[in-house]
Design a protein around this ligand. Sequence first.
Ligand code: DAH
Length: 345
Amino acid sequence: MKEKQKELWASLDEALKMALTLEEVGSIKTEYLGKKGKITELSQLLKTMSPEEKKDFGKELNEIKNHAEEAIAEKIAEIESRQLSDRLEKERIDISLPGTKIVTGSPNMLEGLIEGLEELFLSMGYDVVEGPEVEKDLYNFELLNLPKGHPARDAQDTFYIKDEELLLRSQTSPVQIRTMLANSEKGPIRIICPGKTYRRDDDDATHSHQFTQMEGLLIDKDISLADLKGTFDVIAKYMFGDKVKTRFRSSFYPFTEPSVELDVSCFNCEGKGCPICKNTGYITVGGAGMVHPKVLKNCGYDPDEMSGFAFGFGIERIAMLKYGVTDVRTFYINDLRNNSDRRDV
Ligand code: DAH
């Protein structure tokens, strides 16, 4: 019997050693400890034995049974722990992988345009100045040669604070007045002023009660329209690319004489004619002119000694042209759901 026990023990150990899966261990368990298993079968022999024989045999049988149960449980634990570490290995998070990029938006178009223009003007020796949005009628109109009742005021009706003397500026041009008045030596000036402006307009695709302008003013000795043309050339090329040409078209502003409209050849069709330039080949981007002698005098400058040019651009208009925005309201609404200018990036 000893031999038989040893054989069983060894064959069970061998079988367990080879087993790789819980299923295999399961069938080994059945093979040895199941109802018709090898160990169970051995216990049948007990019936045929004398009490003495039974005692020894029973003891041996228990030993082998205990061993089988322990060895099987051990094997199961071993396989389960291996499976767990396999899974952990497979599911490990590789923190060295680059993360998913979260799109956080991009610089505001108007701000971006203003910042670019500021850099350009700073490189030409201009200063960037600011002026108040709540402005005196005196600076927004009167000293700019737009006395009360002047017809040119109609196009610049705005919002009034308390009475008619204090208003939301309808243009950035009052900053010209403020800068000239503040210059005690009545010396040269080179400034730009970007900022918000307001008009009593009904909002639609091309009108907004609030918008952004950029004013420019240069005062010095012997300044002529040629200086304005050269400066405008630099600005136009910066805005729309090196290929564009510039053109002055005669116009009227009360604070400049002569006054011009600032046109650039269409960046889209290169002047051939297309829907963007309404088939004219040119696009108007701002107004300008030589500072009116009356305005110079109003601010303490002697028009016989000093002259200068001034210009004004609508920032939204330039952004709309440059980036193909079709509705000015797009710049101010936050709800993107019904926005025809929406671009999914
Ligand atoms: N302020 C004018 C406007 O809002 C634009 C403008 C035109 C500004 C001519 C100027 C200028 O400085 O010289 O329509």
